[in-house]
Design a protein around this ligand. Structure first.
Ligand SMILES: Nc1ncnc2c1ncn2[C@@H]1O[C@H](COP(=O)(O)OP(=O)(O)OP(=O)(O)O)[C@@H](O)[C@H]1O
Ligand SMILES: [Mg+2]
Length: 289
């Protein structure tokens, strides 16, 4: 494993344009909140530029804990995370996190909430013109032009989540880590945000990990779906993985989407049912376009 980067190196890296095909690599990753108590272990995960990986799993299986560890917000008890080829031991300016709640600062406008995303350790200082350009570009990318002056209290849930996304995009992330970012939204807004995520990842060449417990959401946006087990021998392990090769835009009622949904459902039932005790070693399943 490479040594952690010094502050100056991290700052220089944060200023680089998008280059890395492999954005994130986790090997043998394990974590527990107390000594000897493991939430997840043995996690191997790669995420490439322009790839959306969806992490699916039952409530409490450790999805958020894994995401926070991959974000450098907490240290693994085993294994390591590499981001852009270097050991990740702390939050990185080019790895942005979006949570279920937008968590906007209520006294700041939309524009200044987005700009706040650039007020980050190791983020290279920007001159006023560059800062304005970054923030305007991020606001435009999420479709909030004309709303820059509004305060969070004046926004709908969907608009607030767009601001949270723009705040992350302003950092020009090479990795976007999102923890159930759309789960509090109504169905139509949620579908719009899912489409927006796919479009942004393509346009900004970002690697993305989306945590969700919604199978449909995973199928509609993911290039790859990984399933985390919750109990028995599978607890805290990635037990299955599907490569989703269905062209965008994806429609819920198509045969390919329905077939994959049934397959994932069957895997979940088998994990949570009588077959829980059996080890699962299923190879990747590719779905036809
Ligand atoms: N800060 C914490 N301190 C101690 N235990 C925690 C903490 N956060 C989570 N846990 C425990 O770790 C386990 C995994 O929690 P985590 O939040 O990662 O699951 P999750 O898969 O994200 O669940 P959900 O789908 O409900 O969001 C749970 O048993 C939880 O109680
Ligand atoms: Mg969670």
């Amino acid at each position: 494993m490479n040594a952690p980067l010094a502050d100056a190196e991290l700052t220089a890296l944060a200023a680089q344009p998008h280059t890395a095909p492999l954005a994130l690599q986790a090997r043998g990753l394990g974590f527990g909140y107390a000594p000897g108590a493991s939430v997840f272990s043995g996690i191997d995960l790669d995420i490439h530029a322009q790839e959306i990986v969806c992490l699916l799993g039952g409530s409490g299986c450790g999805k958020s804990s894994l995401l926070r560890t991959l974000a450098g917000l907490q240290q693994p008890s085993q294994g390591q995370v590499e981001f852009l080829g270097a050991a990740l031991t702390q939050p990185h300016p080019r790895a942005a996190v979006v949570f279920q709640q937008a968590s906007l600062l209520p006294w700041l406008s939309v524009w200044h909430n987005v700009a706040f995303g650039l007020d980050f350790k190791h983020q290279p200082a920007l001159d006023t013109a560059s800062l304005r350009q970054r923030v305007d570009q991020a606001i435009e990318a999420v479709g909030l032009q004309g709303k820059q002056g509004l305060r969070p209290a004046q926004l709908s849930g969907g608009m607030a989540q767009r601001v949270a996304l723009a705040r992350a995009l302003a950092r020009q992330p090479q990795l976007l880590l999102a923890d159930e970012p759309f789960s509090a939204l109504d169905a139509i807004t949620r579908a719009e945000m899912q489409e927006l995520l796919v479009e942004l990842v393509q346009r900004w060449h970002t690697a993305a990990l989306l945590v969700t417990h919604d199978i449909d959401e995973a199928i509609l946006v993911a290039d790859r779906i990984v399933l985390m087990g919750r109990s028995g021998p599978h607890a805290g392990h990635i037990v299955r993985e599907w490569k989703v090769e269905i062209a965008h835009p994806r429609v819920e009622a198509t045969v390919a989407v329905t077939a994959l949904r049934l397959e994932i459902l069957a895997a979940l039932r088998s994990l949570h049912g009588a077959a829980e005790a059996r080890p699962v070693t299923t190879p990747d399943v590719s779905c036809p376009r």
